[in-house]
Design a protein around this ligand. Structure first.
Ligand code: SF4
Ligand code: SF4
Ligand code: FES
Length: 332
């Protein structure tokens, strides 16, 4: 047995204006999960401690919370893997969510983004038109198996820095789930689904990999790359800033072997977008200050970009860079 000190975030939106913390000491085996430690504290010490849970087996997705600074499933986290030298386990609600009561948060923004996907199969005809079930080959199913393991725990959403600065961003779980239907050969709404998730700011993802910490190994970050690739291959909503930026970055690297920054700015903003170009003038000035652009180039809008990439000299081993691009099948 070990004495574990649960340092618990306490807040009730019905009565409190600011949160406080309670320390609850429990004598339990140190291999007890954080969820069971909280259950023990609730049953034996303070029945008002609030948190969501159901399965205790990492399958319902209810118990995600912040544990010693890292968001994860409380039912999958033994205390001895997270407690500090003094036996403290600190629990907080998931970041990126409004707390309701203790570790219970308002999940509406997460569910709303998920609902916008129409997360159900939309086939081109009715089930009744089929004499048998709709069959999918093992090869086609393989693509969907991992993402179908998502338990909607919102851990990835809580970890996403883009959600924290731009709440309109769909977030990793919704994009991963969009992939689940985009790549389903039985679904007839592939283009509409790509357009919908693009409208929900697919291209804001910064590929920071924070969401790769997923308790069910869905790897939302990799699925986001797959959805972006589908958008490019299917040419869906490519005239937006995000895809334009991705394409011009790839193009400059492939053609010159380096990141041609002035070309990237013009390609992203739009060569004839005067208002947009005025907005990036401070950035151009900083580039001049750091020697990435000469004052003359800036004055004429960047000589090399004005003349196009053809005017730029590739690096000596540019063919090696091109070989890497081809091996990655980057569509430019
Ligand atoms: S992708 Fe993973 S972390 Fe995100 S909601 Fe699904 S199971 Fe949870
Ligand atoms: S990879 Fe994208 S979706 Fe995932 S946490 Fe980073 S910004 Fe968010
Ligand atoms: S209680 Fe169901 S996932 Fe933790």
């Amino acid at each position: 047995m070990a004495q574990i000190k649960l340092d618990i975030f306490r807040f009730d939106e019905a009565t409190d204006t600011v949160p406080h913390r309670d320390i609850v000491e429990v004598d339990i085996p140190e291999t007890t999960t954080v969820l069971d430690a909280l259950e023990y504290a609730k049953a034996e010490v303070d029945g008002s401690i609030s948190f969501r849970r159901s399965c205790r087996s990492a399958i319902c997705g209810s118990c995600s919370m912040n544990i010693n600074g890292v968001t994860g499933l409380a039912c999958k986290t033994p205390c001895n893997t997270v407690m500090d030298d003094e036996g403290v386990v600190k629990v907080d609600p998931m970041p990126n969510f409004q707390p309701m009561k203790d570790m219970v948060v308002h999940m509406d923004p997460f569910w709303d983004k998920y609902a916008r996907l129409k997360p159900y199969l939309q086939a081109k005809d009715k089930d009744s038109d089929h004499a048998t079930e709709r069959r999918v080959s093992p090869e086609d199913m393989k693509k969907l198996v991992d993402v179908a393991n998502c338990i909607m725990c919102a851990t990835c959403y809580a970890l996403c820095p883009v959600v924290s600065v731009d709440p309109a961003f769909a977030g990793p779980a919704a994009i991963a789930y969009a992939y689940r239907f985009i790549e389903d050969v039985r679904d007839a709404k592939r283009t509409e689904r790509i357009a919908q998730i693009s409208e929900d700011y697919l291209w804001l993802c910064a590929h920071c990999y924070a969401c790769s910490y997923c308790p069910k190994h869905v790897d939302p970050n990799d699925r986001i790359i797959d959805v972006k690739r589908a958008a490019i291959n299917d040419k869906v909503m490519l005239d937006e800033r995000g895809p334009r930026h991705a394409l011009v970055v790839a193009k400059t690297i492939k053609q010159t072997g380096m990141l041609a920054e002035t070309e990237v700015i013009l390609g992203t903003v739009g060569r004839f977008n005067v208002r947009g170009l005025l907005k990036v003038t401070p950035l151009a000035l900083r580039m001049v200050a750091r020697g990435k652009l000469t004052p003359v180039e800036m004055a004429v809008g960047g000589t090399a970009p004005m003349l196009g990439l053809a005017s730029m000299k590739p690096i000596p081993k540019v063919n090696e860079v091109r070989t890497i691009f081809e091996s990655l099948e980057v569509p430019v």
